[in-house]
Design a protein around this ligand. Structure first.
Ligand code: NDP
Length: 681
């Protein structure tokens, strides 16, 4: 077998390892399969390449450009994933595990591509939250904006998910417009290296957008400054060492850490044997113990059950674990492969022995188990090991030692408060699951365990068919946890992008805010065009372009007709005396929806034209009631434009309804899809 020289990609060059390189062995056969590491990497050139090439190129693209790039990258990786599957078996992972790592990573890119297009503007500045009114007359306002950091993002990844772990960090980073330097864990860096080669070969990424360090990081951290960020996944011990680096102490380099976690799963008091929830609990716990041979940061380490259910849970889990086929991960029948290395195997056995000081092993014997199609001693195989601890209150190791393998401990709880207390003894975890069909149980656990967990996963008979699994972090949802879990946060949709951007409070006049954010702010200049804005194409419309309509009087007949036509005969529109008794109305008033309909009648230009559809309205407020005899007129202003595709884009209009005295009667934001200009064929 050839021994791979796993290379690094630095400043546009692939560089092999040197004599300092570390050996990489197959998790399955124990054979030497690769070497990685080079102490002579030019860190300065690497950072310069990221900061002066990758960063400016990415920042020159809008969020939509970057999102399109991520989508194309995901599609490209999808076409080449077989190559990644093929080499990943040597990490000990089965084909099912590859789906989580490789397909899961590609899926994460896809979600960010979609969110980038839908939830971010086609711009390079992201507006965070609403405009804040800072002055009485509205001439001085506030708005938070986010702009891309101008440094590099250093991603230090764990061994267990060489593809997903890389892509879940890369997607938000690239969407933020920041170049990445990726440092995979050495044990599985050959998979990350192949994935980086595929991404670079796609030609989709600007030069300098990604670089790779296979092997040690050298003194890279000493060169980082306040515009750089480090995102780390791995052990608490390494995180502790890294936190001492001078860049964090002296330069306030951002640090996101995701580290060990003693995740809990709680069987609800209602979910006794015989209920669908009980079976679901057993299924989830077995899956979490055996997927990736338990090498998942989110795996269930502590299984909490009502005291009365301990025996039933141990029996059911043991039966299921007993049917798990352990063996050559490349073989179709294998349900659980090997740990990543002999070192990891040794570590897991040592940690399991520590847990054994406080708990009895009730399933799985590391000295007596069957491995199919591979050599049990040469490969890093261990069996699933289930422990039982009858007194979790007096235990300490159970709540502090993470055996990063297929190891979990069943423990009883007296009541729900006790279950929450026990879960929280993990000192801060990535996730806890609660399997219950009792809504009060869910609320109690959310309140009690929320502060100690980054994610709470509830599952029951309603959601079990579609639920995504205790252990699956999703790009839409936050991944990370407090305390022992590292205190970091990743993903969570656009929240994850913000880790690589600077939030700045902007204060100024409405015109200044409009110019910076490219979103019209009330009080800013209006642009009057000769043509009705509905006759103007998406590309021609300007931010601030405004139409002032004629006035329309509202009559009692209008209110009567609307009431009977729609069936909305609510007393405030029909009965003057009853309306007067209501603190909000001076007497009979027009329906809010009547006002909206009349407003449309005032501002719409009816001819076939560039406005394709009204897709909704946001932030509707009725501010002052309108009575018969009063009138309304409308101000319609182009607030924001968001391209959707080559044919059309979304226009957000500010619509303001004024009464005869010029007071605000209602306001909202109208959304339409507007076509681009097309030359006649
Ligand atoms: P480590 O903490 O040993 O390594 C994580 C990453 O940090 C690797 O890329 C590693 O590189 C790098 N690293 C290690 N030391 C340094 C250093 N001094 N300076 C810079 N980088 C460094 O974790 P592992 O990946 O080996 O996993 C071991 C443990 O981490 C597991 O047993 C588990 O407890 C925890 N873990 C937690 C996860 C989570 O998401 N919470 C996920 C995976 C693991 P190299 O490999 O080259 O040493």
């Amino acid at each position: 077998m050839t021994v791979q020289n796993v290379e690094s990609y630095i400043a546009g060059q692939w560089i092999g390892c040197d004599s300092s390189a570390r050996e990489i062995h197959s998790a399955v056969t124990g054979e030497l399969i690769g070497r990685a590491g080079n102490t002579a990497l030019d860190i300065g050139a690497m950072l310069d390449f990221a900061r002066s090439k990758g960063g400016p190129a990415l920042r020159g693209m809008t969020f939509h450009d970057r999102a399109r790039m991520l989508k194309a990258l995901a599609a490209h990786l999808g076409q080449h994933k077989q190559a990644l599957y093929d080499i990943s078996f040597a990490t000990g992972a089965t084909q099912k595990d590859h789906l989580i790592d490789i397909d899961g990573g590609i899926g994460t890119l896809m979600v960010y591509a979609s969110k980038g297009r839908r939830e971010m503007p086609d711009d390079t500045i992201y507006l965070d939250g609403e405009v804040e009114r800072l002055s009485r007359h509205g001439t001085f306002l506030g708005q938070h904006i986010c702009t891309s950091l101008t440094g590099a993002a250093v991603h230090i990844n764990a061994f267990n998910f060489p593809v997903w772990g890389m892509l879940e960090k890369l997607a938000p980073t690239l969407l933020a417009g920041v170049p990445a330097i990726i440092k995979p864990a050495t044990a599985t860096c050959y998979v990350a290296e192949r994935c980086v080669r595929i991404m670079l070969a796609s030609g989709l990424l600007p030069e300098g957008a990604i670089q790779l360090i296979s092997g040690g990081l050298g003194d890279l951290l000493d060169h980082l400054g306040g515009q750089d960020a480090v995102s780390f996944t791995g052990s608490a011990a390494t995180a502790k060492t890294l936190r001492g680096a001078s860049c964090f102490q002296g330069n306030a380099t951002r640090f996101i850490a995701e580290q060990d976690s003693l995740n809990a799963s709680i069987l609800g008091p209602d979910a006794v044997a015989g209920t669908p929830e009980f079976d679901l609990f057993i299924k989830e716990a077995t899956r979490e113990m055996t997927t990736k041979a338990g090498q998942k940061c989110t795996a269930i380490r502590r299984i909490m059950t009502p005291a009365s259910q301990v025996v039933a849970v141990i029996d059911a889990l043991s039966r299921r674990l007993g049917s798990v086929v352990i063996g050559d991960p490349a073989a179709e029948e294998s349900q659980m492969g090997a740990l990543v290395s002999q070192a990891q195997r040794q570590d897991v056995l040592e940690k399991a022995a520590l847990i054994g000081q406080e708990a009895d092993r009730v399933f799985g014997n590391p000295d007596g188990f069957v491995v199919h199609g591979a050599d049990r001693d040469k490969g890093a195989f261990v069996p699933p090991m289930l422990f039982h601890c009858a007194s979790p209150d007096t235990a300490n190791l159970l709540h502090s030692v993470e055996a990063f393998g297929p190891v979990s401990t069943v423990m009883p709880y007296r009541d729900l408060e006790h279950a929450v207390q026990t879960a929280n003894r993990g000192g801060g975890s990535l996730v806890a699951s609660v399997i219950t069909n009792d809504l009060d149980v869910a609320r109690t656990v959310a309140l009690g365990a929320g502060p100690f967990h980054g994610r709470l996963y509830f599952n029951n008979r309603t959601s079990m068919k579609e639920s995504t699994g205790h252990g699956s972090p999703l790009p839409h949802m936050v991944h990370g946890g407090p305390g022992r879990a590292g205190g970091g946060e990743e993903m969570g949709g656009i929240r994850g992008v913000m880790h690589y951007m600077q939030r700045t409070a902007i204060q100024g006049s409405p015109d200044i805010l409009t110019a910076i954010g490219r979103k019209w702010v009330p009080g800013a200049n209006e642009i009057t065009s000769h043509d009705h804005p509905f006759t103007r194409t998406f590309d021609a419309l300007e931010i601030g372009e405004t139409l002032h309509t004629a006035e329309r009087e509202i009559t009692l007949d209008d209110i009567e007709n609307f009431a009977h036509f729609t069936g909305d005969t609510f007393y405030a529109h029909m009965d003057d005396a009853a309306a007067k008794r209501n603190p909000f109305f001076p007497g009979r008033v027009a329906h809010g929806y009547l006002l909206l309909s009349f407003a449309a009648g005032l501002f719409v230009q009816p001819d076939e034209g560039p406005v394709l559809a009204n897709t909704g309205l946001d932030n509707l407020r009725f501010l002052k009631p309108i009575q018969a005899g009063d009138s309304i007129r409308v101000r319609l202003t182009v607030m924001q434009k968001s391209p959707r595709n080559q044919d059309y884009g979304e226009v957000r209009w500010k619509v303001t309804l004024l009464n005869r005295d010029g007071d605000l009667a209602a306001e909202y934001e109208l959304l339409t899809m507007n076509a681009y200009h097309r030359d006649e064929p």
